[in-house]
Each structure stands twice: as structure tokens, then as C-alpha cells.
Design a protein around this ligand. Structure first.
Ligand SMILES: [Zn+2]
Length: 347
């Protein structure tokens, strides 16, 4: 299997959006400076991620929400929709299924207008590192009280970035821009994946634990994204072929409980948790475990998670333990076909 070819095939078979309105908006609560704050999140529909236009990541299907013909007028209409829905929440997160700092996607004049309009304590924007420049950091951050840049690093291991994710940048690119963000007095949010394609469950736990330790830094919020199966991704093909199972929620609990004394706040996305396409357990214990993760996100209290791992109270815990032991000896096709001998010895 050639990963790049397969990504292109998946993209060519999957339809993209023909709509021009906001993809979505919603509200939630999040911990910020030791207080729970209201969060308004919005996804702009744009021409999509520059990397997806050039190639794409193995787990990403966000391009299905984008439209190559989006114009400035469409963006302005979406901004109108945003301004109707925004009711002064303290934190605003703006997603684009790509990079807010990419001026091909979001022209700078428009970006600054949106930021100026918001009256939030903090605005979170997503971008690939290549679009972070000192000039943009200064201009964009001057329009808001506090700017937080979110980067999907996914893993701190360059082998995983290249061969499992096809991320299109390296850890070093991230680190360089991380320093620039901090020099500019802005905040950083780093997304890390739990279980990229082609890793066993055990390797995925280790990869995420290593990554958390490596990118921990004061002012950096580490947000774990347990991988979910997105429509039109190469990962969906692997999942359909039964060569990929989303992570167990037990794995997520283990990683969180192992987080030692680090300088970062760690939270986990709960998107898709407990569902067939998201990280899940047996189905029976899932709602309780998702509650534990929700609770941890809001309180940063590790104790309930640690005590659940000591008293798992569900037989699937032992199935998960067994799988961690046995999976390395199973040669499933997706892994052997792509990573071959080069992979031996990692983690
Ligand atoms: Zn269970």
C-alpha cells in the first residue's frame, strides 16, 4: 500500500461540501486561569487546508466540510452568522478545517475584522506552523486580549509524523514556532493524537506519553485528541478493512493517569468518545469513563481516574490488558504492508 496514493484515492471518492454557511457553532465550558469559562466555538467553511490540497493526513476528513469555490462574500456571510450567534462568551475558538493564519484561506483583512469584533478574554485559532510569522502574530494578537494558537502536532516522533500520519512537517518546525509564539506573549495549545494509524495500542500509549513529556512547557495547553474515524480519510478505509480499531478508553485513562509533574495543563477532547468511530470500551462502561474524562478536563483532578484504573469494575478492562500483551504478535495487514522492517524497534 502506498499511503500517498491511498489518501488521493480516498479524497477522489468522497464528495466535498457544496454549502456556503458556517460548518457549525456550539458552546461549552472550559477551565481557564483556574475558573470555568463559557466557550463559543465556530467552524468557518473555507477553501480548506493547504496540506490537504497538496496531499493530506491519514486520519483527516475535514476537507469534506470545505469548498474550493468559497469567496470573500461567502466568508462575510458566515461572519454575519457568527455575529448573530455570539453572545459575549469569554473564550472563542475559531476553526476553519485548515489554518486561520493561511491568508489563502482567510484573507488578513477579514481575519482582523473578525478578531476585532470579538469581545473575549481569549481567542483560540488553529494553524499549521508554517503560517506563523512574527508579523502575523503581532497583528492578529493586537486585535484581541489574549491570543492562543492551536497547532496539531499529533506526535513528537518524526517517524510517526512522516509514516503514520503524513503530517507534512516535523517536530523541529513546531518547536521553532512554539518559541516564536511564546516570545510574542501568546499562548499555545498543542493537539496530540491517541492512536494514529499503524501503531499498536501499546505503542500508541507510549507515543502519546512520550509526546506529552516532550512538548510540556509553561503556557502550553496539551489537548489529547483520541483519533476518531472521519469520513473520506485513509483511516476510514483501514477501519472498514478491520485493520484499525480506535483506542480503548482504558488507554486514554492510563495516559492521563501517568502524566507526571509537567509544566502543561493536559485535557482530552471528548469528540466521538464511547462511539464505534471514536475511542471506546465495551459499550457498557463507556458513559461512566467519558464522565471521568469530562470531570478531569474541568477539575484537573487525577484521583478519580487513578482509582478507576485500580478498581476498573468492568470485565473489558482485562480484555484490554490482554490485547496490549498480544497485539504485537499479530501481523495485521495495514501495518505490515506499509511500515515493514523499518518499523521494527520503534517504541
Ligand atoms: Zn467495559
Amino acid at each position: 500500500m502506498d499511503i500517498l496514493e491511498e489518501i488521493e484515492k480516498c479524497k477522489s471518492r468522497t464528495s466535498r461540501s457544496d454549502r456556503r454557511d458556517l460548518v457549525s457553532s456550539w458552546t461549552e465550558r472550559e477551565l481557564y486561569q483556574d475558573d470555568l469559562k463559557d466557550v463559543f466555538s465556530v467552524i468557518f467553511r473555507t477553501i480548506g487546508c493547504s496540506w490537504n490540497r497538496a496531499s493530506g493526513c491519514t486520519m483527516c476528513g475535514y476537507y469534506t466540510d470545505t469548498n474550493p469555490d468559497i469567496t470573500q462574500k461567502d466568508l462575510t456571510d458566515q461572519f454575519q452568522e457568527l455575529s448573530d450567534k455570539y453572545s459575549g462568551e469569554e473564550i472563542v475558538k475559531i476553526y476553519t478545517s485548515g489554518s486561520f493564519f493561511d491568508e489563502d484561506e482567510i484573507p488578513q483583512e477579514f481575519a482582523l475584522k473578525v478578531l476585532k469584533f470579538l469581545d473575549a478574554e481569549k481567542v483560540v485559532l488553529e494553524t499549521r506552523p508554517q503560517f506563523i510569522t512574527e508579523d502575523r502574530l503581532q497583528r492578529y494578537s493586537s486585535e484581541v486580549k489574549k491570543l492562543e494558537l492551536a497547532i496539531g502536532l499529533e506526535s513528537s516522533n518524526n517517524f510517526v509524523l512522516k509514516n503514520c500520519i503524513n503530517k507534512g512537517f516535523k517536530l523541529e518546525d513546531y518547536l521553532e514556532k512554539r518559541d516564536l509564539v511564546f516570545e510574542n506573549q501568546s499562548l499555545l495549545r498543542t493537539y496530540l493524537l491517541l492512536k494514529p494509524p499503524f501503531l499498536t495500542e501499546k505503542e500508541a500509549i507510549k507515543d502519546l506519553t512520550n509526546s506529552i513529556e516532550q512538548v510540556s512547557h509553561p503556557g502550553n495547553i496539551i489537548s489529547i485528541n483520541p483519533v476518531n474515524i472521519q469520513r473520506g480519510s485513509l483511516l476510514e478505509k483501514l477501519w472498514n478493512e478491520r485493520t484499525y480499531r480506535p483506542a480503548w478508553l482504558w488507554s486514554l485513562l492510563k495516559v492521563i493517569s501517568d502524566v507526571g509533574n509537567i509544566d502543561s495543563t493536559v485535557i482530552s477532547s471528548t469528540v466521538g468518545l464511547g462511539s464505534e468511530r471514536g475511542a471506546h470500551n465495551c459499550g457498557g462502561c463507556d458513559p461512566e469513563i467519558v464522565e471521568l474524562i469530562n470531570g478531569f478536563n474541568l477539575t484537573q483532578d487525577l484521583e478519580p481516574i487513578k482509582s478507576r484504573l485500580k478498581n476498573p469494575d468492568c470485565s473489558c478492562y482485562y480484555q484490554w490488558k490482554k490485547e496490549l500483551q498480544l497485539e504485537p504478535y499479530l501481523n495485521f495487514r495495514g501495518r505490515v504492508g506499509i511500515l515493514s522492517d523499518r518499523y521494527a524497534g520503534y517504541v
